[in-house]
Write a protein that binds this ligand. Structure first.
Ligand SMILES: [Cu+2]
Length: 386
């Protein structure tokens, strides 16, 4: 049985262009800060999950809905919609009243996969304000110590992975958020995002590690890191109201799951894609493997090293040459070069393919963009979910 406590709080998000934006978020502890996205919830198939919600907002009721989970119960009965005295729908589920109200939800995930959780109260406002997160359900036979059982969907489903990442897309209209911070309404027809986020951050902050001190409300990075040939599971979740075509460069992805469903119905329905459209409310499970130009573990890229005189290093100002076209080769630095690609890694962009979304309030680069970094060797601790 898993018990998860979430506090609803407010705070200010940071963007790389120096903006500060009022938001609402979930926090994992009474003393913790609100965060976007909310804490990653990682549970196991068949395990009963109780989520206790404490609402510290002074005026807004807040609830959580768990799309893909059924039944969700409150006080031993089904969670049910809430209406105000005039009969208007307020919440899709029982809510925690404002000013320290509390509510508990209980459910038992029947299927493994990637799911969202988000506010079900005034969701047109509360979700873009930041009240969203992701729920990862491990298969019942999940065992991270056994490669055959370290899977997204269970033994024998061809979803084994070496590392995993969770990237949640979102959008922010700072004017509307700040209006809420000043006690004004959130006029949905005027919603015009200026920031597009991965895990609540805009590029280049997306590439920073988890829990960097200067982003206390945006604890999760989006840098995908692995080694050649590894199976890197990328879980994508669309928490905002827009659809985003997302893709990594370098290699196609293999799509193995959609909306918490294994893409297999008697036959293998997984497929390779260049770009995945992350629809609002959707999730995808992708396996990415970097195989390079004919890379196999035994067969390094058969390339003749260029003469050093033909390299753009030194006075030309180019500093990202490892001394070899092959990953991980290291050597002496030529005279005049001060910074090499010190770990011998390769970088590929990962981004939204609607390119106005890779800006921060109109300035490129930014927004919904990160990198995939392939290292010659990398600690097994990198690319694990809590
Ligand atoms: Cu691209």
């Amino acid at each position: 049985m898993a018990t998860i406590d979430l506090w609803v709080k407010d705070g200010y998000l940071s963007t790389p262009d120096g903006n500060s934006i009022y938001f609402w978020g979930f926090s994992a502890s009474p003393d913790g800060r609100a965060q976007v996205p909310g804490p990653h919830l990682v549970v196991r198939q068949g395990e009963q999950v109780t989520v206790n919600l404490m609402n510290t907002l002074p005026l807004e009721p807040v609830s959580i809905v768990f799309p893909g989970q059924w039944p969700v119960s409150v006080d031993g009965r089904l969670a049910r919609p809430q209406y105000d005295q005039a009969g208007n729908l307020v919440s899709f589920a029982d809510h925690a009243p404002p000013d320290r109200g509390v509510i508990s939800y209980t459910f038992t995930p029947e299927r493994p996969g990637t799911f969202l959780y988000e506010s079900g109260t005034h969701p047109h406002k509360q979700v873009p304000m930041g009240l969203y997160g992701a729920l990862v359900v491990r298969p019942a036979d999940y065992d991270p110590g056994d490669p055959a059982h370290k899977t997204a969907y269970g033994f024998g489903t061809d979803t084994e992975f070496d590392r995993e990442y969770l990237l949640i897309t979102g959008e922010i209209d700072p004017e509307l958020n700040n209006a809420v911070g000043e006690g004004r309404p959130y006029p949905v027809p005027r919603f015009r995002p200026r920031y597009w986020t991965l895990n609540g951050r805009c590029a280049p902050d997306t590439m920073l590690p988890d829990r960097v001190p200067h982003l206390p409300h945006q604890p999760y990075g989006s840098m995908v890191m692995g080694q050649p040939g590894e199976k890197i599971l990328i879980r994508l979740a669309g928490a905002g109201v827009d659809n985003h075509p997302v893709h990594p460069h370098g290699n196609h992805v293999r799509v193995v799951g959609a909306d918490g469903r294994l893409l297999r119905g008697g036959t293998d329905l997984s497929g390779r894609r260049f770009t995945v459209l992350v629809g609002a409310g959707q999730t995808w499970d992708l396996v990415f493997s970097w195989t390079g130009l004919g890379f196999t573990p035994e067969n390094p890229i058969p390339t003749v090293l260029p003469n050093r005189r033909n390299l753009g290093v030194g006075d030309a100002g180019w500093t990202m040459w490892s001394g070899s076209p092959y990953l991980g080769q290291k050597g002496d630095i030529p005279v005049g070069v001060v910074s090499f690609n010190e770990f011998g890694e390769y970088y590929f962009m990962l981004h939204a393919h609607e390119e106005h979304k890779i800006t921060n309030w109109g300035e490129f680069p930014g927004g919904m963009m990160s990198m995939v970094a392939i290292y010659p060797s990398l600690s097994p601790a990198v690319g694990t979910l809590p």
